[in-house]
Design a protein. Sequence first.
Length: 353
Amino acid sequence: MADGTFRNPLVQVRGLKMHFPIYAGILRRKVGDVKAVDGVSFDIFEGETLGLVGESGCGKSTVGRALLRLYEPTDGSVVIDGQDIATLSPDALRKKRPTMQMVFQDPQASLNPRMTVAAIIGEPLDEHTGWDDAKKTARVYELMDQVGLNRRFANRYPHEFSGGQRQRIGIARALALNPKFIVCDEPIAALDVSIQAQVVNLLEDLQDRLGLTYLFISHDLSMVRHIADRVAVMYLGRIAELSPRDALYARPLHPYAQALLSAVPEADPGREATRQRIILTGDVPSPANPPKGCTFCTRCPKVMPHCREIEPKLAEVEPGRFVACHLFTDNTAGGHASSGPEVREHNQQGELS
């Protein structure tokens, strides 16, 4: 579905910030913030899978949790299915929960070891419906069938299952209330390689059958290439590039995206032998003290003087391709925008100006 056929945004994120306070001293006074997410904006269209990639610590998982308000956002808006999640009261948020669910990274840690599979999958039904036991049991069996678990295992406990089976239990729990939007927070990272493809294929099959919309968070660039329709590349709390999958993997625009994708092995031995790695120097700056201007300026091989002073805005530099880089958005830099189409930025309503 990466052909640009999406029309209606189910999720609209504008200016999302997630800052964690830093306290120090005997009196525990606030001395700063860890800027885990610092002004992120994007849309996810109905039926689409948006991949979110980047190095460990760049803020990917924090974005996913803030979207579902498992964390209270510091600033910004998150509109899901027409409602701003960030401003809902606790009662209204509870009623909204069935629309949006999450599949967690570690299936061992996210499942209660003292509950049976039937109790784990049925817990959302206990919390959000008034169904009788027979109806809930029937729904649990239906969900187990959907994710490929044998009904005879309903009274077993999580420790009796493999990692892949435990992740299927987590997926079944997320599907219990017929959500429209699911955040998949590195759902295959804790699984054996032989099992990862099975779980990803299950997610794709469920999306086709149930019309689900995914935010797929991962550091596995090869798997994101398989499942995502569009891909957002994050660096130090901000989105560096947001592009259709095929365009990004064929020709990344942002210098960080170029370096990240240069590390992806090629299946073709001939192309693999000629693949040019881009090795970044230096360490990732601390999110508690990010550099002024572009956050990537301390490691960028194409850095210019004003990159260290002016923060680049995420702007559309080609149809459907958004980049936050002065090489493309600054006419004085001799970049793409000086001779290409007019560069358009996201305004606060999420439209292109």
